[in-house]
Design a protein around this ligand. Structure first.
Ligand code: ZN
Length: 158
């Protein structure tokens, strides 16, 4: 019997780990080092960038999370604050069930792709719509899932 499993790429888990430890070089942190450019969030351009903003408050990020939660059939609401985000990550990611694995993988790939999108906009002047980012996260997740999980999530609408 094949064991059901899905896991994010190591670089995605690494980015998630750095993010959860609040060590990503967001502009509010760069400002402390005197390395300041424009402080506005490049994803929505309507608020200052901070780690809470870019991954939790930003409407670009919220759209991405809402679609991913729907896709993995997780009925929780996307958290609104940093402490809720941490609690939510632990609550839905613990254990070895398929839904916990899917949640963890999607969370890691989601954080990775949002950070990647932010960096592309900031340093390469390239941008993608939420839809493309969501599809990329789903694509990577499906590619790394065992056949039993693949057959279930492949049929779901994004
Ligand atoms: Zn924003």
């Amino acid at each position: 019997m094949e064991v059901s499993h899905v896991s994010a790429r190591p670089k995605a888990y690494f980015t998630l780990w750095i993010m959860l430890n609040r060590k990503l070089a967001t502009v509010d942190r760069l400002a402390k080092w005197g390395m300041l450019h424009n402080k506005a969030c490049v994803l929505c351009k309507s608020a200052d960038e901070s780690i809470e903003h870019i991954f939790i408050e930003c409407h670009y990020a919220r759209k991405v999370w809402e679609r991913l939660l729907y896709w993995i059939d997780n009925h929780s609401r996307c958290p609104m604050t940093w402490s809720q985000f941490i609690q939510w990550s632990i609550q839905h990611g613990k254990g070895k069930t398929t839904s916990a694995q899917l949640f963890k993988s999607t969370l890691a790939e989601g954080v990775y792709e949002l950070w990647n999108e932010r960096n592309k906009r900031l340093f390469e002047d390239k941008s993608s719509l939420e839809d493309k980012v969501v599809k990329e996260i789903a694509y990577v997740t499906i590619a790394r899932a065992s056949n039993s999980i693949k057959s279930v999530i492949n049929q779901r609408k994004l």
